[in-house]
Design a binder for this molecule. Structure first.
Ligand code: SF4
Length: 276
């Protein structure tokens, strides 16, 4: 917008240097400048208003001011959330560790609901790591298209399947170290698989956990690994996986990124970010 304004402004001297300029032409030039300036000011105002009222911006600013809560308060908060979501569980559909791993990789930048819409067809065509490793990449892309970023995701899930076959006999390994050697598998994905499928302890620091643990005063960190370390210190390790899923449920159902539903939240009286 600023560039547009400058262009209109810069056009003035050139027009002035034309001696035979008519009154109408002068009027038109002045109008153009006024219009461009008004447009520029409007854009600036709009951007300011947007940043002042954007809930994400506000929460991000407030997060720095939020005091960390004590272990006792953190435990009380998690107790209330567990009571609110007693059935919290992984919401992806799968029938084997391989299917879970593949579904988690595909859940990047989309919802579990969206992933569940394609996994039925995907896993009936390619039920095992070997089948997916040998599958036609174009067919895989076509099936998983609704999850978005399907070119990259198809490459990831097929490369992952190929490595599972080559390095692990087609089975999903059950250690963080081995899992994170697979294409498309980071610490977050590995922790989901370890917690859900193998019953191992681990924090899944996804976008919901990142946002909500800051709002609740469990951490001040931005980096997922540092958040994980803060959470490890705050809660007993037996609860890590279950608490991750519980917080994710809260993020999907109440503590939204934009406009969290604080009036309905059972933590509203003790949450440092409560808006009621
Ligand atoms: S009170 Fe509001 S900000 Fe705090 S956890 Fe509940 S919904 Fe989120």
């Amino acid at each position: 917008m600023a560039k547009k304004f400058e262009t209109a402004k810069n056009a003035q001297p050139a027009k002035k240097s034309q001696p035979a300029k008519s009154a109408t032409a002068k009027k038109t030039a002045a109008k153009t400048v006024t219009k461009a300036r008004a447009k520029n000011e409007k854009a600036q105002l709009k951007s300011k208003t947007k940043s002042d009222t954007n809930p994400n911006t506000r929460v991000a600013k407030d997060a720095k001011a939020i005091k960390l809560v004590s272990k006792a308060t953190a435990s009380e908060m998690m107790g209330r959330l567990r009571a609110l979501y007693p059935d919290a569980d992984c919401e992806l559909n799968f029938e084997s560790p391989f299917q879970l791993l593949t579904a988690v990789i595909m859940s990047a930048q989309t919802t579990d609901v969206q992933v569940n819409k394609v996994t039925g067809k995907l896993f009936s065509r390619f039920p095992t790591a070997k089948a997916l490793a040998e599958g036609d990449i174009e067919e895989i892309k076509e099936i998983i298209k609704p999850t978005g970023y399907y070119n990259a995701k198809a490459q990831s899930i097929q490369s992952c399947a190929q490595q599972l076959v080559l390095k692990f006999g087609g089975e999903v390994p059950d250690t963080l170290e081995e899992l994170t050697t697979l294409p498309g598998v980071g610490r977050k994905t590995a922790n989901v698989v370890l917690g859900v499928e193998f019953g191992q302890r681990g924090w899944t620091v996804d976008t919901h956990v990142q946002r909500i643990t800051k709002r609740l005063g469990f951490t001040k960190n931005e980096d997922p690994y540092k958040i994980e370390l803060d959470l490890q210190k705050l809660f007993p390790d037996d609860d890590w996986s279950l608490f991750s899923i519980t917080i994710i449920w809260h993020g999907r159902r109440m503590c939204y990124a934009r406009n969290p539903d604080c009036p309905a939240c059972p933590l509203k009286d003790i949450c440092p970010s409560s808006e009621v």
